[in-house]
Ligand binder design. Structure first.
Ligand code: F6P
Length: 377
């Protein structure tokens, strides 16, 4: 093994750079040259990469948000948007990527990304490339691992927002609603509600009844607490209701282009009517993805990066680096991809995706219930 390359793909998270640093340093310590593919799969297609060096361009990056090699949210190389005769068409250009990687002699490509990225990674592995995935996303919804990098930072940002909403809510006797990200999984909402002293956590896995939530808030009023903190996951929905879609995003074909958002505002309006308390919504948005990673994410990302390079040295390809019961491990990408077996089949957060959602026997659910956090059911 002489040359390896890293690509970061999908929505950014805090910790991208810490993983890159972990891979680069481990590679250097084993006499291997490490390269960074610019803007994810787009860079693989365009053969655009730079050499990374922990004493120059990959130095001082541990604490930095974003990605020093960029990331792409709309580069599905199996279904790539191209203009032909003034018309937009979608083409499978994955063979170009395979050719580029082989021509330039990369012995391994590390794919840092969520389920969509790992689906393409598995497909490229089946086409003959040596691939090792690293699980990224603030949503914490990648299958087969206990945790993804970037998630802990997102939870911490949401927790800090709750601390701040707590004091203003208490002062003005208001219901403070915080809408957080997470797509179809409620991890961020649930864990930040526990960390930030939330009274209510509404998650996609438990369709809610706002009358039940209002009951909880009224009980608090009776006991002298004339304010409440309500955390709402962007993918939460009422019983017999629908998920709230804000708009459509442009992430290419074959991926989920639903832009979630807006449920926080609806919940605040409804709770104001049901309780008589004033309610205000705050949508946290991209604050959850940017900025410096927490200590936990720096360590997790470094562990993932070093482990990924270790797996490459062992010649173990077509796998995802994971954390299982607190221990680093690896699982075949095939398992992560789940039902999306076909090469080039739809990738990303779709009905067929193998997403890891909150289950009712999870300790977070039990803890929330034990301490009286209303889950809206
Ligand atoms: O998957 C990560 C995530 O931040 C989700 O929590 C959110 O729904 C989505 O990405 C936002 O996507 P975009 O960057 O396309 O607006």
């Amino acid at each position: 093994m002489k040359k390896v390359a890293i690509l970061a793909n999908g929505g950014d998270v805090s910790g991208f750079n810490a993983v890159i640093r972990g891979i680069v340093k481990t590679a250097e310590n084993n006499g291997i040259k490490c390269y960074g593919v610019i803007e994810g799969y787009k860079g693989l297609l365009e053969n655009n990469y730079i050499e990374l060096d922990s004493y120059s361009n990959a130095s001082g990056i541990l604490y930095k948000g974003g990605s020093i090699i960029g990331s792409s949210t709309n580069a599905n190389v199996f279904n790539y948007k191209v203009e032909e005769d003034g018309k937009i068409v979608y083409k499978d250009l994955s063979d170009i990527c395979v050719k580029n990687v082989k021509k330039d002699g990369f012995d391994c490509i590390f794919t840092l990304g969520g389920d969509g990225t790992q689906k393409s990674a598995r497909d490229l592995y089946l086409k003959g490339l040596n691939i090792i995935g690293v699980p990224k996303t603030i949503d914490n919804d990648v299958a087969c691992t206990d945790i993804t990098f970037g998630y802990n930072t997102a939870v911490s940002v949401a927790m800090e927002a709750l601390d701040r909403l707590h004091s203003t809510g208490e002062t003005h006797h208001r219901i403070m609603v915080l809408e957080v990200m997470g797509r179809y999984a409620g991890w961020i909402a649930l864990e930040s509600a526990i960390a930030g002293g939330g009274d209510v956590a509404l998650i996609p896995e438990i369709p809610f009844d706002l009358k039940k939530v209002a009951k909880k808030i009224k009980e608090r009023i009776k006991k002298g607490k004339r304010f409440s903190l309500v955390v709402v996951a962007e993918g939460a929905m009422p019983k017999d209701g629908e998920i709230t879609v804000k708009s459509t995003r442009n992430n290419g074909t074959g991926v989920d282009n639903t832009k979630l958002g807006g449920i926080g505002e609806k919940v605040a309006e409804e709770l104001q009517k049901l309780t008589g308390l004033e309610a205000r919504n705050t949508t946290l948005g991209y604050m959850q993805r940017g900025g410096t990673p927490t200590a936990y994410d720096r360590v997790l990302s470094t562990k993932y990066g070093a482990k990924a390079m270790e797996l490459a040295l062992e010649g173990k390809f077509g796998v995802l680096t994971v954390l299982k019961n607190g221990k680093l491990d690896s699982v075949p990408l095939e398992k992560v991809v789940g039902k999306n077996k076909e090469i080039g089949a739809v990738s990303g957060n779709t009905k067929e995706s193998n997403l890891r959602r909150v289950t009712m026997d999870d300790d977070l659910v039990k803890t929330a219930r034990n301490i009286g956090i209303s889950l809206g059911d």
